[in-house]
Design a protein around this ligand. Structure first.
Ligand code: C2E
Ligand code: MG
Ligand code: MG
Length: 726
């Protein structure tokens, strides 16, 4: 049944999984972004490092070229070449070794034989080396010649320190001689290079000593086999900055991840809340909030399914249940306790259908049930149980409340197969049940459909009639039994129908009562009667009020405002209320009548004898007049019972100080009876039919003219409750 929409566990699991995947995805994206960022920075650093290495190499090449150029500038002299060949050391020193050091700043110069690597001249720091020194240098120089090889430059490490050695292989005029010029790698060398290239901590070190944080290039140690490197500080560039910023980046990433987590959590919560409210809404759509029974929509869907599945020979019953006078219960107990009554009735109806059907509330005090059972079973079993369960007293707030219900029943497929038709026809059956009185049951019969068609048309037309002035009032005089003088007029409504002519109230008042148009109709009659009643001075004007209007909580205010607006004397207004309406009047309705009575308005009990009221009941309502129904008057003189009932009522009424009026007096005979029994007033065709206001005015004027003739000039003024003219 209704409680279908709940968040299932698989859905929750799926949500959790999606949530974790979401978080993981965000973390991965973040990590990926950081990695890509770092990689980009790293790649950038690598490029910078490579460019530095290229720049250092180019600079060394440049320096090597400069050294070579310097060597050529000094050595490419035929005389000097000749002197070299000759072994004139002193000359060579003066013209080459010394100026190379002093003028060009290259501290060492060696001239060696190309083939043997044997030194033929050596100068160190501007000092010419002796043959002995040269002999000591010989192995190293030989290695250097080999070591430099095709590269034409390299590092040379000896007792003097580290030098940048450059080989010049072609000495003009001395083809068998090679020259090795060495520039000392001192602070000047390195500082100059560093400042020109924008690099720091430049140094020469064995290649193994270069740390990973350093950049460098390998250069052969031409004097030994161990490789050397010219190293400098790696570009700290972006990667370094990133390393420094790493904690902050980590912190920010974590914070970002946290925010994403919170956002995801939040969106998940709102998604949950959404799902829950969706579930609640759909549950509400399935159930009636007050009773927990099925809602209208849900009921109709289920009923349609049942109808679709009915097999040949199977029957489903639809029962419409309307609580009798529930409005009175609400008025007397208040809406909260009224709701409790509805809840209790809801429980009981649910128990009655059990597993064989479904119960729903269609709003207000209207319930509906379907039961899959055949007609006999429903009529003999379900229905009596239903009636009994509704009628069992309901305990609310420590009191017993009696509830009755009218039930309309219809059977499918016998009376229809579509839910729409069945509902409509069941409503007709209910209408008929309600018309039969309290706690009645009615089964749908085809004639009801014709009746209902007619009723709907009348309803529509009546609405136009009220607003378009098709209603008129006729006035029927009420006379004093003794004098037969007019003491009042009863306003009776007529409908001048454009096609059907003049319609009597019995043809449209019941329709108006059913459709709630009655309150508008009664208000129209009340206002018109008060307006026209001003033309009928000194007599009462009686206006009929329906039981439905009597239950209207605004009735008192409406009557008083009509009186104020028309200026009609409240003491001349008499409201006629049928016996059954007064009998059912409780709470609000009784209060309305009491308030109106206190304002001077008279209250007449109409059609007395047709309902269930006893005179004892009447004492609790401020009734000023009883109108004995015309069916009793009709039988006066014909049936002995009728005479004794009328006599009894008149006597009792008199003892209670209530005016007795006999309705439907058509014969002198009936009037004689009434006089004999002591009734004060009479109304009927014997005196006059209902006439137009103009005729009523004439009737009253004629009477006055006559009384002037008979009794002299003083006209009767006012009227007391006993109907006597004062
Ligand atoms: P009621 O209030 O008992 O009105 C008296 C009815 O008896 C009137 O019928 C009147 O024409 C009829 N009548 C009067 N004298 C005689 C007679 O000697 N013999 C016979 N056979 N009938 C007589 P009407 O006008 O058809 O009204 C019928 C009922 O319709 C009224 O009964 C009243 O209950 C209701 N009604 C009339 N006007 C209104 C109205 O404005 N509002 C409401 N709510 N009901 C009205
Ligand atoms: Mg009446
Ligand atoms: Mg009447």
């Amino acid at each position: 049944m209704p409680q279908e929409a709940e968040i299932s566990t698989p859905r929750g699991d799926r949500e959790n999984r999606y949530f974790l995947i979401g978080i993981l995805a965000v973390a991965l994206v973040l990590a990926g972004l950081c990695a890509a960022f770092l990689m980009a920075l790293g790649a950038n650093d690598l490029r910078v490092a490579e460019r530095e290495r290229d720049a250092v190499t180019a600079m060394l090449e440049e320096r090597a070229s400069a050294i070579q150029n310097s060597v050529h500038a000094l050595l490419d002299d035929p005389e000097l070449a000749q002197r070299v060949e000759m072994g004139d050391q002193a000359f060579v020193h003066q013209k080459f070794g010394l100026p190379l050091d002093t003028r060009f700043g290259y501290e060492r110069a060696y001239l060696v034989e190309r083939t043997t690597g044997q030194p033929v001249y050596a100068s160190v720091n501007g000092l010419m080396q002796t043959p002995k020194d040269m002999a000591a240098l010989a192995p190293q120089l030989r290695r250097a010649v080999r070591g430099i090889g095709d590269r034409r430059m390299g590092f040379l490490v000896d007792e003097q320190g580290v030098g940048f050695a450059v080989m010049v292989s072609e000495v003009a005029g001395a083809p068998g001689i090679l020259c090795i010029a060495v520039d000392e790698v001192n602070d000047g060398f390195l500082g100059d290079m560093g400042s020109r290239l924008g690099i720091t901590q430049l140094r020469v070190a064995p290649s193994g000593e270069i740390s990973s944080a350093d950049n460098g290039i390998m250069l052969a140690d031409v004097s030994s086999d161990s490789p050397l490197a010219l190293s400098w500080k790696s570009p700290t560039g972006y990667a370094g900055a990133v390393r420094q910023a790493a904690p902050a980046i980590a912190l920010l990433s974590t914070a970002l991840l946290g925010i994403c987590f919170a956002l995801l959590l939040r969106s998940r919560q709102s998604e949950r809340a959404l799902a829950e409210s969706e579930a609640r809404i759909s549950a509400l759509a399935f159930t009636d909030y007050l009773t927990g029974l099925a809602s209208r929509g849900y009921f109709i869907d289920r009923f349609r399914e049942v109808l679709d599945r009915l097999k040949t020979g199977e029957t489903a019953a639809l029962l419409l249940v309307d609580l009798d006078d529930f409005k009175d219960i609400n008025d007397t107990l208040g809406h909260t306790l009224g709701d409790e009554v509805l809840q209790e009735i809801g429980h009981r109806l649910k128990a009655v259908v059990g597993e064989r059907g479904l119960a729903a509330r269609f709003g207000g005090d209207e319930f509906v049930l379907f039961v899959t059972a055949d007609e006999r079973e429903v009529l003999e079993n379900v229905l009596p149980r239903l009636m009994a369960s509704v009628q069992a007293p309901v305990m609310v707030d420590g009191r017993e409340v009696m509830v009755g219900a009218s039930v309309g029943a219809i059977f499918a497929p016998h009376h229809g197969t579509s839910t729409r038709d069945l509902m409509r026809r069941a409503d007709m059956a209910l209408y008929r049940a309600k018309a039969q009185g309290r706690s009645s049951f009615s089964r749908f019969e085809p004639f009801m459909e014709v009746e209902a068609l007619n009723r709907r048309q009348v309803e529509e037309e009546l609405e136009t009639a009220i607003s378009c002035g098709q209603l008129t009032l006729m006035y029927q005089q009420i006379v004093d039994v003794e004098t037969e003088r007019i003491v009042g007029f009863e306003a009776l409504v007529r409908w001048n129908h454009p096609h059907h002519g003049r319609l009597l109230p019995e043809m449209f008042v019941p329709v108006a009562e059913r459709s709630r148009l009655i309150t508008r109709l009664d208000t129209f009659v009340l206002r018109t009667a008060c307006e026209q009643g001003l033309r009928l001075p000194d007599v009462t004007i009686s206006v009929n009020l329906s039981a439905v209007t009597l239950r209207d909580p605004d009735l008192k205010d409406r009557v008083l405002s009509v009186l104020a607006e028309t200026g009609f004397d409240p003491g001349r207004l008499e409201l006629e209320i049928t016996e059954s309406a007064i009998f059912q009047a409780e709470g609000q309705a009784k209060e309305t009548l009491t308030n109106l009575r206190n304002a001077g308005v008279r209250i007449a009990l109409d059609d007395f004898g047709t309902g269930h009221a006893s005179l004892v009941h009447i004492r609790s309502v401020p009734v000023t007049k009883i109108k004995i129904d015309r069916s009793f008057i009709f039988n006066l003189g014909l049936e002995r019972d009728a005479a004794s009932i009328v006599e009894y009522v008149i006597r009792l009424g008199r003892s209670l100080g209530i005016v007795l009026t006999a309705e439907g007096v058509e014969t002198r005979e009936q009037l004689r009876f009434l006089r004999a029994f002591g009734a004060q007033q009479a109304q009927g065709f014997l005196f006059s039919q209902a006439v137009s206001i103009d005729t009523a005015v004439e009737q009253l004027e004629a009477q006055r003219a006559e009384s002037k003739k008979v009794r002299g000039p003083a006209p009767p003024r006012g009227q007391s409750d006993n109907g006597k003219v004062e």
